[in-house]
Design a protein around this ligand. Structure first.
Ligand SMILES: [Fe+2]
Ligand SMILES: [Fe+2]
Length: 189
């Protein structure tokens, strides 16, 4: 009976992991195109370069997630890919007319959910028996944490925050690895 329960948990976790990774895969597609439009709307300088770097990191995440899905015998969800392609392209275009605050604010909010998404994927990978995927997923969560911090800094003290409340702060970066017992102990800010 216990064996059957375990088998059931593993199967459900694997199915849920595929679902979360498909969501992440499409999210990275939208993020890549949105950030491409975003950095092109920012004047040349360090901030523009940082957003361009973030775009590159999102494409890298997408490639990584696609490889994980392939290992699970799955792939991206075509309807979701089409929808998020459209969302990313639309946001990318809107960034050119949205001023400075709105694109930074929207990006920060989205990045905070991306951290949780990869943390959830790591927990599911553990429960499904794919322990070798955990480090890769936590590393992506940590990169999303850095993205969130960058965009939070861009909107800090902006007068528009009197209208749009700032999104909740994610837990400290080192806590991402705490459930797995191998925190790198870095960045205790
Ligand atoms: Fe990402
Ligand atoms: Fe990101």
């Amino acid at each position: 009976m216990r064996w059957l329960t375990w088998r059931y948990t593993v199967a459900v976790s694997a199915a849920e992991l595929i679902h979360v990774l498909q969501s992440a895969c499409s999210g990275e597609l939208a993020a890549g195109y949105a950030y491409r439009g975003h950095w092109k709307s920012v004047p040349p300088g360090a901030i523009r370069e940082q957003i361009q770097k973030i775009e590159e990191e999102e494409w890298h995440h997408r490639t990584t997630v696609q490889a994980l899905l392939a290992r699970l015998g799955s792939g991206p969800s075509k309807p979701r890919e089409a929808l998020f392609w459209l969302i990313g392209k639309t946001i990318g275009l809107l960034c050119r007319v949205g001023g400075r605050f709105i694109p930074m604010y929207g990006a920060g909010r989205l990045e905070s959910t991306n951290i949780a998404e990869y943390e959830r994927a790591a927990a599911l990978a553990r429960d499904a028996g794919y322990v070798d995927m955990i480090d890769c997923l936590l590393t992506m969560a940590e990169v999303e944490w850095e993205h969130e911090r960058f965009f939070r800094e861009q909107v800090a003290d902006h007068w528009m925050l009197r209208i749009f409340s700032v999104w909740p702060s994610p837990p400290l970066k080192h806590t991402i690895r705490l459930p797995y017992g191998h925190s790198r102990g870095e960045d205790l800010l």
